[in-house]
Write a protein that binds this ligand. Structure first.
Ligand code: PAF
Length: 289
């Protein structure tokens, strides 16, 4: 059923043709264009990406598309929050166009192409969610080629995703500058995420401790503690908080996501965590040192 957009104060394009027509019009006026790809359920983290893009270019397109190909069959595709009217309200006077295609517009009958990267997609999220990055890379490549923006912004909360996108854009010579937006955090430091709405009050309290443990672990490693000792101890602390499972708590090269030899960092390191509390999987990361 078509969504009623009559209350929106920001225009919405549902087709690639409409998206391109608006952007062509802007280009004719000599305007520069940015893109913020999202899956909707917008929070302040997304809005900060729009603000970042608007410091660099004249017009900002925000895509809202819950991309089915990046969810595994057992994941939360059906439950993923879909709040387009509220998203449009938040983008009012901030973004310039919403691009909200249907799944059929993005993947019509006969669609057959998937982008697979090696290396950076292998560890961490790649192990926990083996089909995820192919879905992300494919949809982001499509969005970039549909809009052909000058810049596109992605949140640093999905740190590995950001590195995957940087790698793909470089490898495929896609003419766009990729910007990383700093993680926005709640008052207790919990990284903002569309999935935080799933947390019960008790889970939400425990979730607020995750970033504190991450920060302390990063500081210990920067001060010379062995990576394996620090992460093993911190994994136990996360479980003791009430988390059901820690998918990973690891220190990696910030750009390649490669592991460090000899249990010590040699600069440019990032600590990354994914842990499940109740039904919600949380991820976070920060620099080491
Ligand atoms: O980070 C997200 O919300 C998604 O992975 C993205 C980049 C919009 C692709 O669907």
């Amino acid at each position: 059923m078509a969504l009623d957009t009559s209350s929106y104060k920001i225009p919405v394009a549902r087709t690639v043709a409409d998206l391109r027509a608006t952007i062509a019009d802007w280009r004719k006026q000599g305007l520069t264009v940015g893109l913020v790809p999202t899956m909707g359920a917008l929070h302040d983290g997304h809005l900060s990406l729009v603000d970042l893009v608007k410091t660099k270019v004249n017009r900002c397109v925000v895509s809202i598309f819950v991309n089915p190909t990046q969810f595994a069959p057992h994941e939360d595709l059906d439950a993923y929050p879909r709040t387009e009217a509220a998203d449009a309200e938040k983008l009012n006077r901030r973004g310039d166009l919403i691009f909200a295609p249907t799944a059929n517009e993005m993947y019509p009958a006969g669609y057959a192409t998937t982008i697979n990267l090696s290396g950076v997609t292998g560890p961490l999220e790649g192990e926990a969610r083996p089909t995820h990055f192919a879905g992300v890379a494919t949809v982001v490549a499509k969005l970039l080629l549909q809009a052909l923006p000058d810049v596109a912004a992605f949140g640093e909360k999905d740190w590995q995703q950001l590195q995957v996108i940087r790698r793909m854009v470089a490898d495929l010579d896609i003419p766009v500058k990729i910007l990383g937006g700093a993680i926005l955090r709640e008052a207790d430091g919990l990284a903002m995420s569309s999935r935080n709405v799933y947390l019960s009050a008790e889970e939400r309290e425990a979730a607020g401790q995750l970033n504190i443990i991450l920060r302390e672990t990063a500081a210990e490693i920067a001060a010379g503690k062995m990576i394996s000792t620090a992460t093993a101890e911190s994994t136990k602390r996360i479980i003791a908080l009430g988390f059901a499972h820690v998918d990973y708590l690891e220190v990696r090269d910030a750009a390649s996501l490669a592991a460090f030899d000899n249990d010590k960092t040699t600069g440019g390191a990032r600590i990354l965590v994914a842990a499940k509390i109740g039904k919600t999987r949380l991820i976070d990361n920060m620099p080491v040192g």
